[in-house]
Design a protein around this ligand. Structure first.
Ligand code: UD1
Length: 336
């Protein structure tokens, strides 16, 4: 079965391509290489021994998107990762984010409307919950006003898909709301490749330990949490990747209960920034240079997932814990 993975050379996309290939799917990747590189394709091939079809294409080019779908009319499913994801950048460049994340989604859905079979998996985010009132966060927690254009694109994206499903009988979709994906493939042939100074915690930690960054700034220790630092649900990227394959299989088997389903992808365990640092120090044997600084604007205090729905309905559960993920992130950094 032929599956399209947009953004298939990105962090989560590349790990998902590997899991799809392991399950016997034929994968077609679209990527514009804006935040990835062809080396990732080599990494995928060296893990699985299978070269996916690759088309360097920018989904903002509507004509090229149409031509692509005409050429690949036998697609059985689409997993749509391609998007921009830096929260801070989105505040400074909102239109870039709306164009990259919304226009491209619309163009892909317009092509799916023309197909007889249209199974669609969408990368969403826990950011849609904002600061939820109760922990852990379940899928029916209210959506809060987005804190950033990036977050808004995930909320609007879900709405666009839901609206399209209502009038497109063949369109069956699942949105997966990721908590904080971290880590790397055990082969250390693919992993996270932040461009420039990492904005996310884990690559900043590993780069600091590797001597690329001088010191990690911990953004605030006066939050109302046990140690004062923010709490998140850090989940191994391979667990996230496997969930995509399971979600896709659910649509292919026509086991979905409604034409638009939503699942949280997290471990269900919240970890503070200091706990992440401690986990890193334990698995790496390195002492991390860090200091406490002011809070970062826009950070929520706490966010971790209620995974009951994904566990029971999807039949998926995260296998790796924080230490596994930190160790894989460290090995990947050392390899880089
Ligand atoms: C954010 C987004 C999430 C998005 C993800 C991907 C929100 C609420 N969350 O996650 O939707 O998918 O980015 O880019 O918009 N920290 C430090 N020092 C650092 C970096 C981070 O202390 O140098 C702390 C942060 O304050 C936070 C935690 O580490 O408490 C995790 O931060 P980060 O890795 O940036 O992820 P989120 O902000 O949770």
């Amino acid at each position: 079965m032929k599956i399209l993975v947009t953004g298939g050379l990105g962090f989560i996309g590349s790990h998902t391509v590997v899991e799809l290939q392991k399950e016997g799917y034929q994968v077609v990747i679209i990527d514009n290489l804006s935040n990835s590189s062809l080396d990732v394709l080599e990494g995928i091939v060296s893990i699985t021994g299978i070269k996916p079809i690759f088309e360097q294409l920018d989904l903002k080019d509507k004509t090229k998107v149409q031509t692509f779908f005409k050429k690949h009319q036998d697609l059985q499913g689409v997993i749509h990762f391609a998007a921009s994801k830096a929260v801070g950048e989105s505040v400074n460049k909102p239109l870039l984010y709306y164009e990259n994340n919304i226009n491209t989604l619309v163009y892909v859905l317009q092509e799916l409307e023309k197909l007889e079979i249209a199974n669609f998996i969408f990368s969403s985010s826990c950011t849609v919950y904002g600061q939820a009132d109760t922990m852990p966060i379940s899928e029916d927690a209210p959506i809060q006003k987005a804190q950033s254009p990036y977050g808004n694109t995930k909320q609007i994206g879900e709405e666009i898909i839901q609206d399209t499903c209502k009038i497109t009988p063949q369109l069956q979709a699942i949105a997966l709301r990721y908590f904080n994906p971290i880590g790397a493939h055990e082969s250390v042939k693919i992993g996270e490749l932040p461009i420039g100074v990492p904005q996310n915690l884990v690559p900043f930690i590993t780069q600091t330990a590797a001597g690329i960054r001088e010191q990690l700034s911990v953004f605030g220790n006066d939050y109302r949490t046990p140690d004062g630092t923010c709490i998140r649900d850090y989940i191994h990227v391979v667990d996230i990747a496997k969930a995509h394959v399971i979600a896709l299989q659910r649509l292919l088997d026509k086991k979905n209960e409604t034409d638009f389903e939503i699942f949280n992808l997290g471990t269900g365990t919240g970890s503070s920034v200091l706990e992440v640092i401690q986990a890193f120090e334990r698995v790496s044997g390195e002492k991390l240079n860090y200091k406490i600084v002011d809070r970062r604007a826009g950070d929520v205090v706490s966010a971790y997932a209620d995974t009951t729905k994904a566990n029971q309905i999807l039949g998926w559960k995260a296998k790796y814990n924080l230490e596994d993920a930190m160790l894989s992130a460290w090995k990947w950094q050392q390899q880089l």
